[in-house]
Design a protein around this ligand. Sequence first.
Ligand code: ADP
Length: 306
Amino acid sequence: MATRVACIGECMMELSERPDGSLLRGYGGDTLNTALYLARLGVAVDYVTALGDDPWSEEMLAAWAAEGIGTGRVRRLPGRMPGLYIIRTDENGERSFHYWRDSAAARDLFSGPGAAETRAALAGYDLVYASGISLSLYGETGRAALAETCRAVQAKGGRVAFDTNYRPRGWPDKAKAQAAFRDAMAAADLIFASTEDLDWLYGPDGEEEVLRHRGRCEIVLKGGGSPPSVRVLAGTEDVTVPAPAVDAIVDTTAAGDSFAAAYMAARLAGRPPAEAASHGHRLAGTVIGHRGAVIPRSAMPDLPLA
Ligand code: ADP
């Protein structure tokens, strides 16, 4: 049976403001980006989230399905809506992000009627992937439900991957985020961590927070610099894999999300960690050469994973 992956999180409606004030519609979300690239790399992946019963939720579902992402585990909450953000670009080309997401349907994935069914279904996946942004959606009770669900995944022989994406505004205070990330890292079998996120969250000793899990789980530590390197710690292996230089960086949106997708696709195909990191660099390096999170299909690099 094919390996089945679940990506958990939130996709929001995206409105980009144009110079005349009109708004261009799209959608976006970190874990959705990872699901999309996993699907493009031939991995059987479901996006697990909650949406409303509005026309935009319908459009998102159709777009995800057209990308080959499984939508059978998307909960639909009557009367609710997806979250929304507007990207404003100032006269210097700097972008700022403005959110309406407090009542987004995705925040109730682990609460209300239907949550038990979602949790039972999640327990059957081979690999469950969530990010720090996913964690910020659910509150204490929802996070506890997610943690329990991850233990159920592992009890059935599945694995749990956690990506440390940290966005301060998603959290009521830093201490809550620090505790939630500590718990998530302690529970994960595979951690994607960026030194930048760890430093923001924990200060100069950030790396230690993840490195204390070395040996117990696989760690992909993404460093800074241009081009950056990743350090992969898996079992007794500890290798650093530099990213090849990218000539024209256009937009780094979804660099980490696409890196994680190619890394996981390669590991699921049985490739060793260092090779998986090279695949991650190859896809992320292509993604940052294009505008937006999702590159045209025709631009996808040919990663030899089969
Ligand atoms: P994020 O901040 O989205 O997590 P990262 O900065 O960790 O993204 O970068 C993820 C990957 O994107 C890197 O491992 C690398 O493959 C690619 N990448 C990012 N910035 C560069 C760069 N300046 N040059 C080459 N590759 C890059």
